[in-house]
Design a protein around this ligand. Structure first.
Ligand code: ADP
Ligand code: MG
Length: 254
């Protein structure tokens, strides 16, 4: 087991002829809580998707938990992981999206216990018990038997977090988890994330919530146009950005 959970060196990624990651280098250590900031289109989601084995990379090295994601070899041939390998690696990574992506035909508790039963082969009783604990942890014990359509966006997002946690991930990726929520629902979701961070979870959080980044995150990384522009302590970078581009961005989101 390595202390480096994400190791990115000069990671490049193109879609067709459009290069969207121009050489991303950054390391994330176990237990770190990292805010990933940047304007729309800068490549934040693409980078998270690479970490989660949803994309292969075209250049550089990207290792997650010490193991490389699919990459293009010299000569352009793709070194891909088998579906089984991919599934095995993704099992240790939880991802929460802007849209909650819950299964509409399953209750909250069924959403949470689905993967532990199917993938981890837990018994129904065991998975349900764990799911109940997780629902309690995200403040939704009373909503176990509700369907997503009966829950608010904020509640659905907290179920989505509980569902990701049910797999006991080593790393949690959040891609703008509060961007689709009504403002009054944002706080409850951020509170759950804050608690998760203080419990020691390794997290990479793409967010425009600068207050959260400053208060909860150990580190902030500002990306623009497919490169890392600035990487540092939130209390320094978000208060006193070194780069013009970071400053510009912050004045727009604050
Ligand atoms: P961000 O999350 O920072 O807003 P994205 O990673 O979503 O940025 O997008 C970065 C760039 O990559 C954008 O120009 C976007 O249009 C492009 N892009 C993202 N996904 C794809 C895709 N599957 N196919 C083609 N272009 C894509
Ligand atoms: Mg995005």
């Amino acid at each position: 087991m390595t202390d480096l959970i994400v190791e990115a060196r000069n990671v490049k990624k193109s879609f067709g002829s459009h290069e969207v990651l121009h050489g991303i280098s950054l390391n994330v250590h176990r237990g770190e809580v990292v805010a990933l900031l940047g304007p729309s289109g800068s490549g934040k989601s693409t980078f998270l998707r690479c970490i989660n084995h949803l994309e292969t990379i075209d250049g550089g090295v990207l290792a997650v938990d010490g193991l490389p994601v699919g990459y293009k070899m010299a000569g352009g041939k793709l070194h891909e992981l088998s579906p089984k390998e991919t599934a095995g690696r993704r099992r240790n990574i939880g991802m929460v999206f802007q849209r909650f992506n819950l299964f509409a035909h399953m209750t909250a508790i069924e959403n949470i216990s689905e993967a532990p039963i199917k993938v981890l082969k837990q018994s129904k009783g065991q998975a349900r018990q764990k799911a109940e604990q997780l629902l309690d942890r995200v403040g939704l014990k009373a909503k176990a038997d509700m369907y997503p359509s009966q829950l608010s966006g904020g509640q659905q997002q907290r179920v989505a977090i509980a569902r990701a946690l049910a797999m006991d991930p080593d790393l949690m990726l959040f891609d703008e988890p509060t961007s689709a929520l009504d403002p009054e629902l944002v706080g409850d979701v951020l509170a759950v994330m804050k608690e998760l961070a203080s419990d020691g979870m390794t997290m990479i959080v793409v967010t425009h919530e600068i207050g959260f980044a400053r208060e909860v995150c150990d580190r902030s990384i500002f990306m623009d146009d497919g490169v890392v522009v600035e990487d540092g302590l939130p209390r320094e970078m978000l208060v006193n950005p070194k780069h013009e581009r970071t400053r510009d961005f912050l004045t727009k989101v604050l």
